[in-house]
Design a protein around this ligand. Structure first.
Ligand code: SF4
Length: 1011
């Protein structure tokens, strides 16, 4: 028996299908028939169309796609069908990893990717029904190479030979395991063709694989088969599929008359995918408003990836219902990442960031308050593994985190309570112990991982999207459990690797909604619409760029067909299919076709239209409607406007916002801000004029002024506001990383000097005691640091601390040699003193007393000399930049009086740059001395006292009156380059940075800091 063949375009074929069904039924409503089509979407379309066509019902007619039909027909005893691609990849990966020399790649490249590529090539061979007989096949091809016209090379044969080895193993394993893949299902169905129920109406195929065609041929022998094959008069377009039309034994073809010609395309150009979608949304909204049902409109692209995100935004804005494939990959969802992290963390030795991502996920079981866990792990310098035991130290009394500057007066502390520390420790233990580490079977691993998922995450209270994520993860675990068929025991890292690979194949999305169909070009085949919007018609996109398959070259594919008669699809023939696809898309709509291509991408790079579009382009490209890129020009096109468009264009946006139900108040605030920033000339409420401080704020700022804080105000009032009034914590001020932070190095330097000089005082500052006392002091300070920070001084930390000790040793050696009649007497003493009308307080590192005169000198330790220290200290004091020196001279007598030494006079303040002593031999290097020490004498203070007192009083007034504008210095070395608040201060806005200098009320500020 031969099949009937009906040829025509899809519209004519569909009409012929209904006629044929009506003929088969005749006057027997229960007469059976089976309609077999290429895709599930086409099944859906035909069922809906049949409901409209046969309102009285279509009994005993079954619609199925070809694979469903074959699966139902196949004898299940031939093997159990396994749908999971992972199963076949695992099978081939086992072969790649088995003992013996394997072709294709070095041992370390035997990955799932390679197994996946092998599987694709083997699938091609099986779909072409190529027998698994390597010697026979290669011999046949080898003989063919001698024939004139053969293009086979030795390399082609070698690669094919390697692949055939894998193919044979694949087939043997499937037989051993009793498993059937998709090709086996078609072959088994072909063997049982006589059991099929006819008549069969095979609709819509323009191509098939060899095994599918063989099945059809067997069916045609057994039952009445009618083929409805799309075809047309242009041989160029219909070249693709010639093979298929010849492969099935058919009676002569019955051509149908052509349907009405498709609508002429409207062509537009756009700059980027977003603009293409913008125009499509406008036009679709207009069609919907005119009464076109959304299901009769399609938006199509060769590949949808670049369009799904803008499409969701514009379609939502235009209230367009649509049915699009899911846009989110499973592993892009935070919950899926956290679950993968849970499975992976212990294998990777609990790396800090990964582990914290898991335990800080809101669904991870644990206390609600996890705010400080990240800070806790960072400050304890936890990297991975054993480092987590550092949480044991503070788990009884909590952990104190010190942040802020190097001096005590600026230091701030954050105390993390013991319960929070213990909770983090418990959470990390839960991750560590969630899964057994021993090797196990796939099913056993899957059960253990599912149990860990349930125990560690709260799955009882999931949102809708989270439920879809968890369902997908459960499904992945079930897929992995089916690998148990291999009967192997695998280590857990192998299981997790497979889990991650399978997760990468999954997407999550809401259940398909009814609406405008958003499809890629392959999914549209055979579907009719009233209107089609065809996006991305650019060169190298449509037609897509096609490369040969790596294992089976096109030359081999042609020879296999020529010599053995097995149709192995030639990759480069896919260009013919692209041409056919474009034709099908062009003829899919009955009323309107809009074609869009990008003249340039969103970044302005020029792009060419698709060669398929050329026949429809006018010679003068200027005549093509170009969608403008700018929003203003788009508004000028007069397209339909959404509420958002109207808001952008209206003269009274606040009223329009209120009318549309948006937040008009927030808009008004934002507008007032921009009007103030852009419209006014002086510093306003949005740029740092906050007005007189309320008592609480004044207490926090003016009430605790110190030289350092005033210096900070002189540097930049906004920085003072952020740091001293708002108390904003700089983002990276807490310790992190492997090394000591600059703040910690400063703290250790001061602590070591205090401890050392305290010890040396008991030895009357004998120079030969230095080494011994320094070693003892270093031990004490290191132990205190470890106790406080709960971090051992090991590795890089120990090396950095050793550097601190060396710097202190070098400084102390010089200092002891140069003490002369000066004797250090008091260390780390705090006191207050009046400067003008203000009471200022400070802390002094060290006070020396002269053995003869009783005079005092203040010694202040700094770490490094910077260029700004070259300016005279009196000048810097007048500008408010360095106020420590004058204040120290005022404070030292107060400290002496507290110790019972009345009437003492402070003659100088000395700044020692401790780290600089490590950079040479200070005892002989006089030229470098200016980089080691800076002095401020009592006579300097007398000369600048009036100016300094006035500057300090003026700063205090500015602070009280609430002037906190920016003072920008962002050139190289300027204070903005080391400021922590550049991310919040808006210094990059031109008017914000210039207004302070135009504001008369703060002229005095500039007279002080820039005389
Ligand atoms: S970055 Fe510059 S302008 Fe901004 S707060 Fe810091 S110092 Fe002021």
């Amino acid at each position: 028996m031969r099949a009937r063949l009906i040829l025509g375009d899809y519209r004519a074929l569909e009409a012929a299908l209904w006629t044929e069904i009506a003929r088969v039924k005749g006057d027997r409503p229960l007469a059976p028939a089976t309609v077999v089509v290429p895709s599930g979407r086409l099944v859906r379309h035909l069922k809906l169309a049949a409901a409209g066509r046969f309102p009285e019902g279509l009994f005993a007619v079954r619609f199925a796609n070809l694979f469903q039909f074959a699966l139902a027909l196949a004898d299940r005893t031939d093997g159990r069908f396994v749908p999971d691609t992972l199963f076949y990849e695992r099978l081939l990966l086992r072969w790649l990893e088995s003992a013996g020399e394997r072709p294709f790649a070095a041992a370390d490249a035997r990955t799932y990717d390679l197994a996946g590529a092998l599987h694709a090539a083997i699938r091609d061979l099986k779909d072409a029904a190529v027998p698994c007989d390597p010697e026979h096949l290669v011999d046949a091809l080898r003989i063919a190479t001698g024939e004139p016209g053969s293009r086979l090379s030795a390399l082609d044969l070698r690669k094919l030979g390697g692949l055939l080895g894998a193919y044979r193993h694949y087939e043997e394993e499937l037989r051993r395991l009793g498993v059937a893949d998709r090709s086996d299902v078609f072959r088994a169905a072909a063997r049982r063709a006589r059991h099929a129920a006819g008549p069969l109406l095979v609709y819509g195929f323009y191509d098939m694989t060899q095994v599918q065609a063989d099945l059809l041929a067997e069916l045609a022998r057994a039952v009445p088969v009618t083929l409805f094959v799309p075809h047309g008069s242009d041989p160029e377009i219909w070249r693709f599929g010639d093979w298929f039309r010849a492969a099935v034994p058919v009676e002569h073809g019955e051509p149908l008359p052509a349907s009405a010609p498709p609508p002429a395309p409207e062509v537009y150009t756009a700059a980027g995918a977003r603009d293409e979608v913008w125009l499509s949304a406008k036009r679709i909204r207009t069609l919907l408003d005119a009464g076109c049902p959304p299901e009769e409109i399609a938006v199509v692209a060769r590949t949808l990836d670049p369009y799904l995100v803008p499409l969701a935004a514009f379609f939502d804005e235009h209230r367009i219902p649509y049915d699009a494939p899911p846009a989110q990959a499973l592993l892009d969802h935070p919950l899926a990442q956290a679950v993968l992290g849970l499975f992976r963390a212990a294998l990777d030795d609990l790396p800090r960031d990964l582990t914290l991502d898991v335990v800080r996920h809101p669904l991870f079981r644990g206390p609600a308050d996890r705010r400080h866990w990240h800070l806790l792990a960072r400050t304890l310098r936890i990297g991975r593994g054993e480092d987590w035991s550092r949480l044991d130290g503070p788990s009884r009394r909590g952990h104190r985190i010190v942040v802020g500057r190097e001096t005590d007066e600026d230091r701030r502390e954050l105390h993390i309570g013991a319960p929070a520390v213990r909770a983090l420790r418990a959470a990390v233990r839960r991750v560590e112990q969630a899964l057994p580490s021993a090797a196990a079977g796939w099913h056993e691993h899957a059960a253990a991982h599912l149990s860990a998922l349930r125990r560690c995450f709260r799955l009882e209270t999931l949102l809708e999207e989270e439920t879809r994520v968890v369902d997908a993860l459960r499904d992945v675990l079930a897929t992995l459990a089916r690998l148990d068929a291999f009967g192997e025991r695998v280590p857990r890292d192998v299981f997790v690797e497979a889990f991650e690979r399978e997760c990468r194949r999954r997407w999550i999305g809401a259940p398909a909604a009814r609406g405008v169909a958003v499809l890629d070009a392959m999914a549209v085949r055979g579907l009719p619409f009233r209107h089609v919007f065809l996006l991305g018609l650019n060169a190298r996109v449509f037609p897509r760029f096609i490369v040969e398959e790596p294992f089976i070259s096109d030359a081999v594919r042609r020879e296999v067909f020529r010599v053995l008669g097995h149709h192995l699809a030639v990759r480069l023939d896919a260009y013919d299919e692209e041409r056919l696809l474009f034709h099908l898309l062009r003829t899919a709509p009955s009323e309107g076709l809009v074609c869009l291509y990008q003249r340039a991408d969103a970044d302005g790079r020029l792009r060419d239209p698709s060669p398929f579009l050329r026949p429809f382009l006018p010679l003068d490209r200027e005549q093509i409607d170009a969608i403008p890129h700018s929003e203003r020009a788009k508004r000028g096109r007069g397209e339909l406007a959404t509420p958002r468009d109207l808001l952008r264009a209206t003269a009274d946006p606040a009223a329009a916002l209120a009318a549309f139900g948006f937040d008009a108040l927030a808009y008004e605030r934002a507008r007032a801000y921009l009007a103030s920033v852009d419209g006014e000339r002086e510093v306003g409420a949005f740029e740092g004029r906050v007005g007189p401080l309320a008592p609480e704020w004044a207490r926090r700022s003016v009430g605790r002024l110190s030289p350092t804080r005033l210096e900070r105000f002189a540097t930049c009032p906004f920085r003072y506001f952020a740091e001293e009034v708002l108390r904003v914590l700089p983002p990276d001020d807490a310790a992190d990383g492997e090394d000591l932070s600059p703040r910690e190095i400063g703290t250790l330097t001061h602590a070591l000097l205090e401890e050392l000089y305290g010890r040396l005082a008991a030895r009357d500052f004998e120079r030969d005691q230095l080494d011994a006392e320094l070693a003892a002091a270093a031990t004490t300070v290191a132990a205190a640091f470890e106790r406080r920070a709960h971090v051992p001084l090991r590795g890089i930390l120990a090396a950095r601390f050793a550097e601190v000790v060396r710097a202190v040793a070098a400084f102390a050696a010089f200092d002891l040699a140069a003490l002369g009649d000066w004797k250090p007497v008091w260390f780390e003493e705090g006191a207050s003193a009046r400067v003008g009308a203000l009471e200022l307080s400070g802390k002094l590192d060290r006070i020396d007393r002269h053995r003869g005169t009783g005079w005092l000198r203040v010694v202040d330790y700094k770490r490094r000399f910077h260029d700004h220290w070259q300016t005279a200290l009196a000048t810097q004091a007048r500008r408010g930049e360095k106020l420590q020196a004058p204040l120290y001279l005022a404070l030292a007598p107060a400290v002496a009086a507290r110790h019972g030494v009345g009437g003492a006079v402070a003659t100088e303040a000395v700044f020692q740059f401790v780290d600089e002593y490590l950079r040479g031999d200070p005892s002989v290097d006089e030229i470098r001395e200016e980089r080691l020490t800076r002095r401020f004498l009592a006579t300097d203070w007398t000369g600048c006292r009036d100016d300094v007192e006035q500057a300090v009083a003026d700063f205090a007034t500015f602070i009280r009156d609430g002037w906190f504008f920016v003072r920008v210095a962002d050139e190289q070395g300027g204070h903005c380059t080391y400021c922590d608040f550049g991310w919040i201060c808006r210094k990059n806005h031109g008017r914000v940075r210039r207004k302070p200098e135009w504001t008369p009320a703060v002229t005095r500020y500039w007279e002080i800091v820039r005389p």
